[in-house]
Design a binder for this molecule. Structure first.
Ligand code: ATP
Length: 326
């Protein structure tokens, strides 16, 4: 007889005693397990690690980062300098290979790609926009020619009509025949978004796309990214220090010390106001990063006392606080 709640994994032999389970029985059982972590996510990072080694010194830039992004989301990634944002974007763009963990974008496993897969991935699945306007466009080509170039490199018939449609969508149709030096920084970045969208990628990644721009140009570049996201359905991930960007997306993910630490979700209330709610991220093994200003305010160090209440968990400093009863 089985113990209540226990799972009978084996089968009976002719003498009626339990066998150890066969491999196929174990495989069948594993197949019945619930959905894998992030199975349906468009972008999945599971326990992602990136260690840089320079002159014998190791820097752990990503320390087991988990992140799930749904298809069609527009999210901002924020974090202090050195927290690992660019490292993450380099991994997602296929420029860099993580040391360990899982990274999957639009069904492509980024750790097991061949060189040929990687080239195809970078040309057709993701589009990229850099902070430095000069890095995004070739200076001797016009805006239209820049947008047509990725189509040519991918062996497609380089449709001038598609290039013009994209420039129109992003509000820079009037720049089609201009070279980068004849455009403002904001116009160049909007053309760069058109270049990134040229081969109809499923995901666009932008590293500080408004970092070199004034407020007016930043607004126009962010509006162009949002239009690309809404009208083309492309998933968009923007690394930014710019509050104008991070406070207007539906979800902002905070990275601290190479891990996701917080998320801010925004939704419209019934009276049309935007409500932002900040959450700490609970990882798959139950780890939580408490905001540093909270732990500093209560002088929390090394360990805290936890208490399970009916509908929440209380977190107290280890040391008694002034005014605490004995
Ligand atoms: N190629 C590299 N070789 C060695 N260490 C690196 C390399 N690239 C990044 N790092 C280190 O990895 C950590 C994360 O860097 P990363 O550039 O991802 O941070 P970031 O959050 O993008 O910072 P910033 O906002 O300043 O761009 C830092 O400690 C950085 O010094």
């Amino acid at each position: 007889m089985n113990t209540p709640g226990a799972v009978n994994t084996g089968s009976m032999d002719s003498a009626g005693t339990m066998d150890t389970p066969t491999l196929s029985e174990l495989e069948e059982q594993a197949g019945k397990a619930g959905p894998a972590f992030g199975e349906h996510a468009h972008i999945l990072c599971d326990n992602l690690v990136r260690i840089y080694k320079t002159e014998g010194v190791e820097v752990v830039a990503l320390q087991g980062l988990d992140l799930l992004i749904e298809q069609g989301e527009l999210i901002a990634i924020v974090g202090a300098s050195g927290s690992g944002k660019s490292t993450l974007l380099n991994v997602l763009s296929g420029l860099d290979v993580p040391t360990a963990g899982v990274a999957r974008v639009a069904g492509t496993d980024l750790l097991s790609m061949t060189a040929k897969d990687r080239l195809r991935y970078r040309r057709e699945i993701v589009g990229f926009i850099w902070q430095q306007t000069a890095r995004n466009l070739l200076p001797y080509l016009t805006a239209r020619e820049n947008v047509r170039l990725p189509m040519r490199l991918a062996g497609r018939r380089a449709g001038a009509a598609r290039a013009d449609e994209l420039l129109e969508l992003l509000g820079v149709a009037y720049c089609a025949d201009r070279k980068p030096t004849e455009m403002s920084g904001g116009e160049q970045q909007r053309v760069a978004i058109a270049v990134a969208l040229s081969n109809s990628p499923q995901v666009i990644l932008a590293d500080e796309p408004t970092g070199e721009l004034d407020t007016e140009n930043s607004e126009q570049v962010f509006a162009a990214l949002r239009r690309a996201n809404r009208e083309l359905g492309v998933t968009a991930v923007i690394v930014t220090h710019d509050a104008l960007v991070s406070e207007q997306v539906d979800r902002t993910v905070g990275i601290r010390d190479g891990r996701t630490s917080s998320e801010t979700l925004r939704r419209a209330s019934s009276d049309g106001k935007i409500i932002a709610e900040e959450y700490a991220v609970l990882d798959r093994v139950g780890r939580l990063q408490l905001p540093r200003d909270f732990t500093n305010a209560l002088d929390m160090e090394r360990r805290v006392r936890l208490e399970l209440e009916r509908d929440h968990i209380g977190v107290w400093p280890d040391k008694p606080q002034p005014g605490d009863s004995e």
